[in-house]
Design a protein around this ligand. Structure first.
Ligand code: HEC
Ligand code: HEC
Ligand code: HEC
Ligand code: HEC
Ligand code: HEC
Ligand code: HEC
Ligand code: HEC
Ligand code: HEC
Ligand code: HEC
Length: 250
């Protein structure tokens, strides 16, 4: 490695000396090379050699002694397409764009410096599966929908709740613990919420499915909980369903 570096340095010095005309008199990088033992100040090229690049041999990037026009964006070298042979995304890499420096620094690929979520592609759950990136906590409400339906990328607090794909088993969430449930003054009913409600609003009842009510007819049809007998009703104390059924009062 070290001998390669020295060899590279010698070759580069030679190339630079030979190409004095190209670099010009005033702003010549030759000044930066200085005497033996002094390093070429690569910062002056506008592409600083930091992180792992500090110890990368000159010739790994300046393939075939090409200096001018060496690509500067990460993916030009760190991909199969470039002529510079450098490490690249494995096939199992997370689905992202090729703007590597949005997430990586030159120090090392892992761990990432930060994750710029603007540069991620595909499902959140590709990463947020508890292996690549934090996933759902164990007490998370049951859902197989992708995180983005309900969460933002900045913090996990809920952004909005999406019922996409949810058609039943409402009570697995609407139980008063996981999320809002039946209020205390709710009509006595089973927990089959979907029989009477839809996901748009609980106050707009879809229908009252009498398979899911609890109690005698008159316990509700007393003009308090639900409509009862009109004032001109024939006098009777018998239970309503001895004369009526749930399809209609007539
Ligand atoms: C990690 C890759 C990398 C390594 C390692 C590297 N360089 Fe560079 N070098 C570049 C890039 C990128 C440029 C910028 C090219 C541009 O902007 O046109 C550059 C530019 C240069 C230039 C200026 C070319 C010009 O046209 O202005 C010289 C000279 C140079 N490098 C010499 C060296 C020497 C000497 C070493 C070893 C000490 C070295 N480089 C190591 C990537 C590298
Ligand atoms: C001019 C080509 C070139 C450019 C541009 C370049 N690199 Fe590199 N990089 C290399 C080479 C060559 C190596 C050494 C071979 C290797 O380990 O991949 C290297 C090494 C690395 C390493 C260390 C890899 C390891 O396995 O230890 C990281 C991390 C890295 N580069 C990140 C970046 C990032 C981030 C960018 C963009 C900001 C970038 N590189 C731009 C050529 C380049
Ligand atoms: C949106 C963010 C993001 C972008 C953009 C991104 N990566 Fe990554 N990369 C990651 C994450 C997250 C990991 C996993 C880090 C870990 O294991 O600690 C990773 C891991 C890696 C690894 C090591 C593990 C592996 O799968 O091989 C390499 C190499 C790598 N990235 C290269 C690249 C290159 C090259 C680019 C650009 C072409 C790039 N990445 C673009 C987020 C990103
Ligand atoms: C390429 C992989 C990847 C993808 C795709 C991805 N994330 Fe992330 N996300 C991460 C990693 C890794 C972290 C952890 C970063 C850290 O530990 O600082 C993270 C962090 C987060 C955080 C925590 C932010 C914080 O500062 O606490 C939230 C929220 C988040 N992601 C939501 C999402 C959502 C929503 C999506 C889909 C739109 C998504 N992520 C897609 C990799 C990814
Ligand atoms: C259908 C909507 C929905 C989906 C889809 C969803 N979540 Fe959630 N998530 C919630 C709700 C609601 C909470 C509780 C929010 C609260 O208490 O503020 C929550 C809480 C969380 C929390 C804990 C937040 C905290 O501050 O404690 C994490 C972490 C989380 N979700 C991660 C995920 C991940 C990762 C995914 C995708 C794999 C995902 N969620 C998919 C609705 C959803
Ligand atoms: C048999 C039908 C039926 C079932 C089953 C049912 N509900 Fe209701 N629910 C109603 C009726 C009727 C109302 C009263 C609507 C009104 O006040 O306009 C109501 C009202 C509510 C309200 C109050 C709405 C408001 O804004 O006043 C909530 C909340 C609610 N139900 C939640 C639930 C949940 C959660 C479940 C399942 C665990 C459930 N319900 C099961 C019929 C039912
Ligand atoms: C995976 C968990 C989950 C399931 C399953 C679920 N919900 Fe929800 N629902 C939520 C969350 C979380 C909210 C938002 C917080 C809240 O208002 O309780 C919500 C909100 C609602 C609201 C709006 C509440 C309001 O105050 O306006 C209605 C209506 C609703 N759900 C109906 C349903 C119905 C009907 C079903 C079954 C078809 C259902 N939900 C299934 C989690 C769920
Ligand atoms: C747990 C309370 C409850 C019980 C028990 C109950 N109902 Fe109802 N019923 C309701 C509610 C609430 C409505 C809707 C009222 C409205 O639309 O304003 C309703 C509506 C009706 C309707 C009108 C249907 C329509 O389409 O117009 C009839 C008829 C009816 N019930 C008959 C009965 C009979 C018969 C019984 C006994 C077998 C019974 N109910 C038991 C709560 C109940
Ligand atoms: C002994 C039989 C009997 C019993 C018990 C009974 N009803 Fe009726 N109800 C009738 C008759 C008969 C009518 C008149 C039907 C008609 O006009 O077609 C009627 C009419 C009604 C009507 C008016 C229908 C309309 O559209 O004008 C309502 C509402 C009603 N009953 C509710 C109830 C309720 C609530 C109960 C229980 C608390 C009940 N009834 C118990 C026999 C009964």
């Amino acid at each position: 490695m070290r001998s390669k570096l020295v060899a590279g340095f010698v070759v580069v010095s030679f190339v630079l000396l030979c190409s004095q005309a190209v670099f010009g008199q005033d702003n010549s990088p030759i000044e930066d090379i200085g005497g033996p033992g002094q390093r070429f100040d690569h910062f002056s090229t506008g592409f600083n050699l930091d992180g792992a690049h500090k110890t990368t041999p000159c010739s790994s990037c300046h393939v075939g002694s090409l200096f001018t026009g060496t690509p500067t964006d990460c993916v030009s070298c760190h991909s199969a397409a470039g002529f510079v042979k450098a490490s690249r995304k494995h096939s199992s890499h997370n689905t992202t764009t090729d703007r590597c420096d949005s997430c990586h620094r030159t120090g090392s690929w892992s761990p990432v410096a930060r994750v710029d979520h603007l540069e991620t592609l595909g499902l959140c759950a590709n990463c947020h599966n508890g292996i690549r990136a934090p996933g759902k906590p164990v007490n998370h409400l049951p859902t197989n929908t992708d995180c983005v339906s309900c969460h933002r990328t900045t913090f996990w607090g809920m952004a909005r709740f999406s019922h996409d794909g949810i058609t039943g088993n409402c009570a697995s969430c609407h139980n008063g613990t996981t999320t809002s449930g039946k209020p205390a003054n709710h009509i006595p009913s089973s927990n089959q919420c979907e029989s009477c409600h839809n996901v748009r609003s609980f106050s707009m009842v879809l229908q009252v499915d009498h398979q899911q009510v609890i109690g005698t007819c008159s316990s509700c049809h007393n003009n308090l909980v639900a409509p009862g007998q009109p004032p001109d009703h024939i006098p009777t104390t018998a239970e309503c369903n001895s004369c009526h059924n749930t399809r209609g009062w007539r």
